[in-house]
Structure formats: structure tokens, C-alpha cells
Design a protein around this ligand. Structure first.
Ligand code: ZN
Length: 308
């Protein structure tokens, strides 16, 4: 099978633990991802809400150096998605989780672009220079700078990611965005716990992303799936069916959140993803539809955005 994953925190964690991407103790390694016929991974550099201004930029640069070193050490295995000359079967898209890495300036955004970032999750849980996150104590939606930032991202053909954004922020970006945007790692708001109620997407939000031709990555986090350690597959099935009932056949994808959250025991390593695929097949989801969810939908979106 082919696998396209819209979000993981593996690079951020590897940098902390000083472990290599090729093989390590984490959820994702390039060696273990060799089980896929083709594999594209969005690697997020996570910016904590405690870092702002120059501190956020410096931290981004440090982790980005690590990312570049890992890619150059594994040139035979993996290359940047937008590198159309070097067609390895494994491909990487660099992302930032938390636009504070741009330090509130357009020059900062251009710096991220020049370092290879092609997807930005606009906020994490709190507020930043752009907008309020989903756990903001005073949800004020977008700032004027945040609106300009999204426009400039669209001009640069970068993927605008609304996972972690507040509900007010979502309504606003839905009204001013001119290109399709994505929710890289968000489930459906069908789970009754405080995290899922803030982080997952409402039916209205899912229908909007469907209508604009965006992409939604189902997150493997147990809190967002609303499952315990042992029933992860069934929970993923529930979320996929819910989104499919809202017309998300060409919208659904996977955003595992590997190395960024607690995941079910049967989904705690990338090489277990094919078992999830088999389970969903056994529950009656059509193979062509599963191939769209696990690879084709995201591939179509990013090919158009990054390599057209
Ligand atoms: Zn996240």
C-alpha cells in the first residue's frame, strides 16, 4: 500500500533525543517506513506557545538544521516533495506547527519558505501573532496581520492548515481564504471529552473543507479518537464513516500525529499502519476509497499545490 501522512512530530522529538531519522526508538523511522510502496510524510517543527519573537525563530532554525542534516544523510531513501529531480519512493514535506516561527513578520514567513517549509499550522493551542488557537482563553479570531499572512501563504503556494485553530478563527478563514485549506490532524467532533470538543472538526467545518476541495487528516490520538489503548482501529473506522457521511470521499486523509501524542497500542509504530488498512477493508470500506484516504487524496492536493 501507499501512505501519505499529513502530520507528525518526529523531527521535533528526534532533535530533543538526538536520535537519527533512519532508525530510532520513536513511532516513525525511514527504515520501518520501507514497508510502503510509496510514502510521503509531513514533518512538523513544533513551536511551543512559550516561544515568541526571536526565540521562536532561533528554535525553528535549530530544529530545521537537524531536519536538513537527516535528509542529506538519507538521500538514497528520501527527498523533499517539491524536489522533482530526485524521485525517491519516500518524500518529505517540511511544516511548522505554530506560525510564531515567523515572529509576526512577512520577512519571517519568507524565511520559513526559503528554508523549505511548505505547510504552516497557523496556531497551536494558544494565541499568536496571527490568530487564536482552540484553547485560547479569549478567542479573538484573526488579527489583521494574520489575514495578510494567509494571503501571502496562498501567493507562495503554501498549504494553510487550520488544525488547532479556534472556531471563530475557522469561520473567519473560511470567509477570506481564496484557496482550499486543510486540517492536517483533526478528527470529527463526535467525541465527548474536553480535548476532542475543542480540537476536532464540527460537521459544518468538515462540510466546508469538502466544499472547497481541501484535505482532512484523521488523527490517531486516543483523546481525539475517543478510544482507549485497545480499540483504536474501531475508533478510526467510526471517524472515517462519520466524515464519509458528510461527503468526504475525496477529502479524507491521515494525519497520524505520531510522536506528538498518545496513540492506541495497535497503532504505535508506523509499520502498524497497514494493519489498520486491512482492518478498514475487513469492515467493508472499498479498496479504491481506502487508497484515496491513505494516499491519493493528499497526493492530488499537494501535487497541484507544490509541483504544478
Ligand atoms: Zn498538533
Amino acid at each position: 500500500m501507499k501512505y501519505f501522512d499529513l502530520h507528525c512530530d518526529t523531527i521535533t522529538e528526534l532533535h530533543k533525543k538526538i536520535e537519527p531519522l533512519k532508525e530510532n526508538s520513536l513511532h516513525i523511522s525511514l527504515n520501518r517506513a520501507g514497508c510502503f510502496e510509496a510514502y510521503t510524510q509531513v514533518f512538523a517543527i513544533f513551536i511551543p506557545d512559550t516561544l515568541r519573537g526571536k526565540a521562536a525563530v532561533d528554535y525553528f532554525d535549530e530544529v530545521c538544521d537537524y531536519y536538513e542534516a537527516q535528509l542529506s544523510q538519507n538521500k538514497d531513501l528520501i527527498a523533499a516533495y517539491q524536489d522533482t529531480e530526485n524521485r525517491t519512493s519516500q518524500r518529505a514535506i517540511l511544516a511548522v506547527e505554530g506560525a510564531a516561527a515567523a515572529a509576526g513578520t512577512t520577512d519571517g514567513l519568507h524565511h520559513l519558505y526559503n528554508r523549505g517549509v511548505r505547510l504552516i499550522t497557523l496556531t497551536w493551542n494558544g494565541d499568536n501573532e496571527l490568530a487564536s488557537g482552540c484553547f485560547s482563553e479569549n478567542d479573538t479570531g484573526f488579527t489583521p496581520f494574520g489575514r495578510e499572512f494567509v494571503k501571502e501563504m496562498e501567493r507562495l503556494n503554501m498549504a494553510v492548515d487550520v488544525s488547532h485553530l479556534s472556531d471563530k478563527g475557522f469561520r473567519e478563514v473560511a470567509s477570506f481564504a481564496e484557496k482550499p485549506f486543510i486540517a492536517s490532524h483533526s478528527c470529527c467532533r463526535i467525541v465527548d471529552n474536553p480535548y476532542a470538543q475543542k480540537r476536532n472538526l464540527t460537521d459544518e467545518q468538515i462540510k466546508h473543507i469538502v466544499s472547497i476541495g481541501g484535505i482532512i487528516g484523521i488523527n490517531f490520538c486516543t483523546a481525539f479518537l475517543g478510544c482507549d489503548e485497545n480499540d483504536g482501529f474501531e475508533a478510526v473506522y467510526r471517524h472515517i464513516c462519520h466524515a464519509l457521511n458528510l461527503g468526504a470521499e475525496k477529502t479524507l486523509s491521515i494525519g497520524s500525529d505520531f510522536d506528538g501524542c498518545n496513540v492506541p497500542a495497535n497503532l504505535d509504530r508506523i509499520e502498524k499502519v497497514p494493519q489498520l488498512y486491512s482492518y478498514l477493508l475487513s469492515r467493508g470500506i472499498d479498496k479504491a476509497l481506502l487508497d484515496d484516504i491513505f494516499f491519493n487524496n493528499a497526493e492530488r492536493f499537494f501535487t497541484k499545490l507544490l509541483t504544478d
